[in-house]
Write a protein that binds this ligand. Structure first.
Ligand code: G3H
Ligand code: 13P
Ligand code: ZN
Length: 290
């Protein structure tokens, strides 16, 4: 199928209390694993490419990365029948405009660190641009930290305020809102609990689908609760990278003479497909392709 705007599935997920999985890809194999998993589970799914993945794919040039990702994402989606979106994850202002022009079907502007009014004005402009070509627009209020292995102060996390979430959503016209409920990007163990009371208050004031970032570090119990309370898109990156890299490490550790990249990358691809399938089932998205 051609790349889709999966907003109708995300809206349905909100109505029916399940979630569409949004899975990060940095390599061709990771992208293939996501579409194979979506097809095997007959589920809608989102391939997402982060700002740093763009730099990697484009060998230091984000625009080149967007071009590669747009071409590969299109081919990956067309290789199966389940609906697939190609999403720019944590994009800058310039990357969002370029992604829209290059055929991404969904984009996220990351206004992290911007003053609230500035975040609104840039997001609104990008949202109008996205909607003029029927691309889905996500943005964030509050902060899901990206510590990248560095120390950070949990107590200083800027959690999403329900009133600001409501004001931001109405002022910008976005389709999906990323909310900060205490999750943190890049954690290698599920040690975090979500502020579910905050989620309840946001859900009461905001009528669009809510997005969980940093799901790899969140306990499965809280993800499940959160989905029943309005989280309708769940982002997963680190858990996939753990599976992909772990499988490759096992192959390489087992044979120090091995040189053919296909022998270990295919194991990474298989391992990532299995974890994406498991997450799709866990989110309740299995069988929801139609
Ligand atoms: O939110 C971003 C994902 O965790 C991927 O992170 O590609 O910047 O490492 P990264
Ligand atoms: P994790 O790396 O914690 O799974 O976060 C994924 C994410 O939020 C991508 O936007
Ligand atoms: Zn994120």
């Amino acid at each position: 199928m051609t790349l889709r705007n999966v907003l109708p599935w995300v809206l349905r997920a909100r109505q029916e209390s399940w979630a569409v999985g949004a899975f990060n890809a940095n390599t061709l194999e990771q992208m293939q694993a996501i579409v194979s998993a979506a097809q095997a589970e007959q589920a809608p799914a989102i391939i997402q490419i982060s700002h740093r993945a763009l730099l990697y794919i484009g060998n230091g040039n984000a625009i080149q990365g967007l071009k590669y990702a747009a071409a590969l994402g299109k081919i990956a989606a067309e290789s199966i029948t389940a609906p697939i979106a190609l999403h720019l994850d944590h994009g800058t202002e310039g990357e969002v405009s370029q992604a829209i022009a290059l055929g991404f079907t969904s984009v996220m502007f990351d206004g992290d660190g911007l003053p609230f009014e500035k975040n609104i004005s840039i997001t609104k402009r990008l949202c109008d641009m996205a909607h003029s070509v029927r691309v889905c627009m996500e943005a964030e209020v509050g902060e899901v930290p990206k510590p990248d292995g560095k120390e950070f102060d949990e107590a200083a996390i800027d959690l999403t305020h329900p009133d600001e979430a409501s004001q931001f959503t109405q002022a910008t016209g976005i389709d999906a809102l990323a909310v900060a409920l205490g999750s943190v990007h890049g954690l290698k163990a599920k040690t975090v609990s979500l502020d579910l009371e905050r989620l309840r208050a946001i859900h009461e004031q905001v009528s669009i689908p809510l997005v969980l970032h940093g799901s790899s570090g969140v306990s499965d119990d809280d993800i499940k609760q959160g989905i029943s309370m309005g989280l309708s898109k769940v982002n997963v990156a680190t858990q996939l990278a753990q599976a992909f890299t772990g499988a490759i490490r096992a192959v390489l550790n087992g044979d120090r003479e091995l040189v053919d990249p296909r022998t270990y990358l295919s194991e990474g691809r298989n391992a990532q497909m299995e974890i994406v399938r498991e997450r799709i089932r866990f989110f309740g998205a299995s069988g929801k392709a139609n």
